[in-house]
Design a protein around this ligand. Structure first.
Ligand SMILES: O=c1[nH]cnc2c1ncn2[C@H]1C[C@H](O)[C@@H](COP(=O)(O)OP(=O)(O)O)O1
Length: 146
């Protein structure tokens, strides 16, 4: 398994995505697909997210924000193509500062690998979203994550 995140302009780790445009003109999944093109140059003809890819909805009362988290499964060849396309995205170097694979293992010292990665700073609730994706997609069990 591999799992893609990005380093953001603000120094946080996060997932590609963003806010919906104001007004009724786009649904959450349409906004996501628009942001995926802007931030990671995703080929929507092959990899567009669908409503059924939704994993988590979260309400942030203090920020008056509802976040929707979608996870799309692809094979390793596709994953690699998606990674390489990021360098040609419109927002490379402005919003998107790096594309990264999350280390989905823990080394024999019990710390290096995934635990070290989790010590990063994450945008919004991206850390919770990451843990949800890992258990929902059966990459690690809840016990292993804990
Ligand atoms: O990966 C994320 N998971 C959850 N929330 C996130 C993530 N990345 C950003 N955010 C939060 C942080 C901000 O409150 C908003 C908007 O983020 P941003 O990327 O700056 O949005 P735009 O592209 O400017 O629309 O979401």
């Amino acid at each position: 398994f591999s799992l893609q995140m990005q380093s953001r302009f603000d120094g946080n780790m996060g997932f590609p995505g963003g806010l919906m445009d104001k007004g009724p003109q786009e649904t959450p999944v349409e906004a996501l697909n628009r942001e995926l093109v802007e931030e990671i140059n995703l080929d929507l003809s092959r990899f567009a997210c669908q409503q059924e890819d939704i994993l988590l909805t979260h309400v942030n009362h203090s920020k008056k924000l509802v976040t929707y988290f979608y996870a799309k499964e692809v094979n390793l060849v596709e994953f690699s193509e998606i990674e390489k396309a990021v360098l040609d995205s419109e927002e490379w170097g402005t919003e998107t500062y790096g594309v990264l694979r999350v280390p989905l293992f823990t080394m024999s010292d019990g710390y290096r690998g995934f635990p070290v990665f989790l010590a990063n700073k994450f945008a919004g609730n991206a850390r919770i979203q990451l843990l949800k994706a890992i258990t929902a997609k059966n990459i690690l069990s809840e016990d292993e994550v804990n």
